[in-house]
Design a protein around this ligand. Structure first.
Ligand SMILES: CC(C)(COP(=O)(O)OP(=O)(O)OC[C@H]1O[C@@H](n2cnc3c(N)ncnc32)[C@H](O)[C@@H]1OP(=O)(O)O)[C@@H](O)C(=O)NCCC(=O)NCCSC(=O)C[C@](C)(O)C(=O)O
Ligand SMILES: [Mg+2]
Length: 367
């Protein structure tokens, strides 16, 4: 296998294409809100969603009927051209799309239509069912050719969905396949099918995947093996999310939880999103307007976390050594964790005036 030299890695893949980025800038993307651009009721709601959600994503792949694929693609072009403040780094809300799978009859036309028509508006292209670096290389070169032809000055970034067993096995090489790689989302439904898991849901847990409390003993010391013991449902997705987070952090790109299909169970959706937030993800998908608020809230640090983090920063002075705060040891490494939260709060406050007010109003007691 041949390897590129670092200088080749950052050279455009087509004459006239924009120079690849050297760093993927952090842009808030707490909720990636999916809509079907061929559905008039959803499309009607898009203009008023601008500014209330970090990312609007025109979905062309699964959940779009085969008969509507063309209408969805054309609908997305119209929306991108007609909606102020959407995409292209100018507005508050990014514009992403999810193209069809690379082996489908639609993927090539998705790219060759969207890039010339709205390439200046599209911030990120999400590629589904990515199996390995070869899929990213294909899209990378094609995008460079299309960008050069369209005279674009800014490279469109690539986001891969991790939703096959092979994709999970190759997650490291996928993240490092191109300077365009922006991030990864977990696709729990396709991944479950590909792995031959026995679940039938889109994300979430399963009552059968559990650990049961040990059997108690009676007075004679005999075990009581009855079923009436505490059961603790386990997280089906922990391994994959953790693996994805490590791969993304290694490559300086961003990890996301994907969809949560039980729209009415807003409580469990919040749990799934919070687990992802705590493990290092920066956002999740929203499939229904009700999920936007959940993601915005969960992927923004809480006032309590920011108050604590700022107290640690203040108590740690130049950032070295160890101090006691509220009976706990704080040192260089706990400070670094606190700085992750403080920095995130600053980045979110810069685009979200309500959060800015909330974080600015935090008062810190003397340590
Ligand atoms: C779940 C559904 C069917 C419920 O749709 P509904 O119409 O039954 O819901 P509703 O509560 O009645 O809707 C209320 C209003 O909101 C509108 N609405 C509803 N949803 C949206 C939306 N997203 N954006 C904008 N507007 C929306 C809807 O049109 C309606 O408008 P109205 O009041 O004028 O009648 C619907 O919300 C929907 O189709 N959502 C998107 C589904 C989707 O994109 N799925 C694919 C991503 S998940 C995936 O692909 C898996 C993965 C990663 O690949 C893998 O794990 O493998
Ligand atoms: Mg899928």
């Amino acid at each position: 296998m041949s390897h590129k030299s670092p200088k080749d890695f950052f050279a455009p893949l087509a004459v006239g294409a924009p120079a690849p980025v050297r760093e993927i800038p952090f842009r808030p993307s707490r909720a990636i809100h999916f809509f079907d651009p061929s559905n008039p009721k959803m499309v009607d709601k898009i203009p008023q969603m601008v500014g209330t959600v970090d990312v609007l994503l025109g979905n062309l792949e699964d959940a779009i009927k085969a008969d509507n694929k063309l209408a969805a693609r054309e609908g997305l072009v119209q929306i991108a051209q007609a909606t102020a403040g959407l995409g292209g780094q100018s507005g508050p809300t990014q514009l992403w799309t999810r193209i069809n799978a690379l082996d489908s009859p639609w993927a090539l036309d998705d790219l060759t239509t969207l890039v010339p028509a709205i390439g200046d508006k599209l911030d990120v292209i999400m590629v589904p069912k990515v199996q390995g670096a070869e899929d990213i290389h294909y899209v990378d070169r094609l995008l460079a050719q299309l960008e050069a032809k369209a005279g674009l000055t800014r490279p469109i970034l690539i986001h891969a969905i991790l939703e096959t067993a092979r994709g999970v096995a190759n997650v490291e090489e996928i993240c490092g396949a191109s300077p365009r790689m922006q991030g990864l989302s977990l696709g729990p439904a396709d991944l479950a099918a590909d792995r031959k898991m026995k679940t039938t849901r889109v994300g979430g847990g399963h009552p059968g995947y559990l650990v049961r409390e040990d059997a108690p003993r009676d007075a004679e010391g005999a075990y009581a093996y009855d079923a009436d013991r505490f059961r603790f449902q386990q997280d089906l997705w922990h391994y994959t999310i953790a693996k994805m987070v490590d791969a993304c952090a290694t490559h300086g790109i961003y990890p996301y939880w994907g969809p949560f299909g039980d729209i009415k169970d807003t409580v469990a959706c919040e749990d799934q999103f919070r687990n992802a937030f705590l493990l290092g993800c920066v956002g999740a998908w929203s499939l229904h307007p009700v999920q936007i608020e959940i993601a915005n809230r969960v992927f923004s640090p809480s006032v309590e976390d920011i108050r604590h983090a700022r107290r640690v920063v203040a108590a740690m002075g130049d950032g070295t050594g160890a101090v006691m705060l509220d009976g706990k040891m704080e040192d260089d490494a706990s400070l670094k964790q606190c700085l992750v939260l403080v920095e995130l709060a600053d980045q979110l406050a810069a685009i979200d005036p309500k959060l800015k007010e909330l974080y600015d109003g935090i008062e810190i007691e003397e340590a």
